[in-house]
Design a protein around this ligand. Structure first.
Ligand SMILES: Cc1cc2nc3c(=O)[nH]c(=O)nc-3n(C[C@H](O)[C@H](O)[C@H](O)COP(=O)(O)OP(=O)(O)OC[C@H]3O[C@@H](n4cnc5c(N)ncnc54)[C@H](O)[C@@H]3O)c2cc1C
Length: 302
């Protein structure tokens, strides 16, 4: 089902982000996570594409496997890092053949040892260019793009960034999925600025429960621009163990989700980091009913 069809159903859509595991053990753990999360019946799940193009094959294999072996709608992340139009064409052809109907079109994060983004020859300088390419050559795909409620570090001009976001939507994006945020006011303000800019597509709120102090440190490094409110930071630092940090993190995200519900958001996207516990706890606290559990066959593939 295409993203536009998913969001034509008027409800709060839950979705999950996974990353492709690099070992057999991590792969088994992910399948277990997916089974545990399955009763939530997500409207879609998405599979990341490693920074610097580092998981190209693993991403494709996981996307296709989940499509084949589960009833989930799978959204494949695509990035422009180190790839040209032919590479993107090849990925889209493989996805189309496998029955994948949605992608998240990103410029991508360059590798850590070469942090400034340089497009490949005949590649895409900005995500908007990739969106236009997909729309023209693979119109059967639904397209999501990234949004940054607290801004993207490369564009400190907060008016220009909305022009760039609008360019992605005008090029054909069906929805926007946001970077994670810890203060809903940033999200609501972002939605309002989108409205002013004439952006009318659904905006999905990105939520990541803090589950450990080390995880919070990694997140601060990876999630560009995401602010950690002092109140949350104080609570996390006060906690005496990772278990206690997780309780604080789950409580914080649960409050965020309740509030997002009250504001009639169309979608909540959980950055799961391939774990199920925190997301399940949040969902259960909402008092939502759960569907059936299904299992992904645990073969020796990625
Ligand atoms: C939901 C979500 C999922 C993500 N998944 C991944 C993933 O799987 N793999 C990965 O590597 N990264 C991922 N990222 C991170 C993302 O790739 C980086 O943040 C990247 O730096 C920006 O990508 P973008 O698609 O927003 O790029 P763009 O929209 O191209 O923006 C990149 C920068 O260029 C600026 N810009 C845009 N258009 C123009 C223009 N015409 N002229 C000048 N400047 C312009 C923007 O303001 C921004 O600062 C994800 C981010 C989000 C929010």
């Amino acid at each position: 089902m295409k993203l536009s069809e998913i969001f034509s159903e008027n409800k709060v859509h839950f979705s999950f982000e996974f990353f492709p595991p690099k070992t057999e053990e991590a792969s088994r753990a992910l399948l277990e996570t997916i089974s545990k999360l399955s009763p939530i019946q997500p409207s879609f799940v998405s599979v990341t594409y490693g920074a610097g193009g580092s998981t190209n094959q693993l991403t494709q294999d996981l996307v296709i496997r989940l499509k084949k072996e589960t009833p989930m709608n799978v959204v494949a992340h695509l990035t422009a890092v180190g790839v040209n139009r032919n590479d993107i064409r090849a990925q889209l052809e493989r996805y189309a053949e496998a029955g994948i109907t949605n992608v998240l079109a990103l410029r991508g994060d360059p590798p850590k040892n070469n942090p400034s983004f340089t497009p490949a020859a005949d590649g895409f300088a900005h995500a908007a260019d990739m969106v236009a390419y997909i729309k023209k050559n693979f119109p059967q795909f639904g397209i999501s793009v990234a949004g940054f409620p607290e801004g993207h570090p490369e564009t400190p001009n907060r008016l220009l960034e909305m022009d760039y976001l609008k360019a992605k939507v005008d090029a054909g994006a069906d929805c926007i999925c946001t970077q994670l945020f810890f203060d809903n006011r940033d999200f609501y303000d972002f939605c309002e600025r989108c409205e002013i800019a004439g952006i009318k597509v659904p905006i999905i709120a990105g939520i990541m429960p803090v589950t450990s102090l080390s995880g919070l440190r990694r997140m601060a490094d990876l999630a560009q621009g995401a602010r950690i409110p002092a109140k949350l930071l104080r609570a996390v630092l006060r906690a005496q163990s990772d278990e206690a940090v997780e309780k604080v993190g789950v409580h914080w995200s649960t409050q965020q989700v309740f509030d997002l519900y009250d504001h009639n958001v169309c979608g909540i996207h959980f950055y799961t980091l391939n774990h199920s516990k925190a997301t399940l706890k949040i969902y259960e606290t909402l008092g939502m009913s759960l569907g059936e559990t299904w299992h992904v066959p645990n073969g020796n593939r990625g």
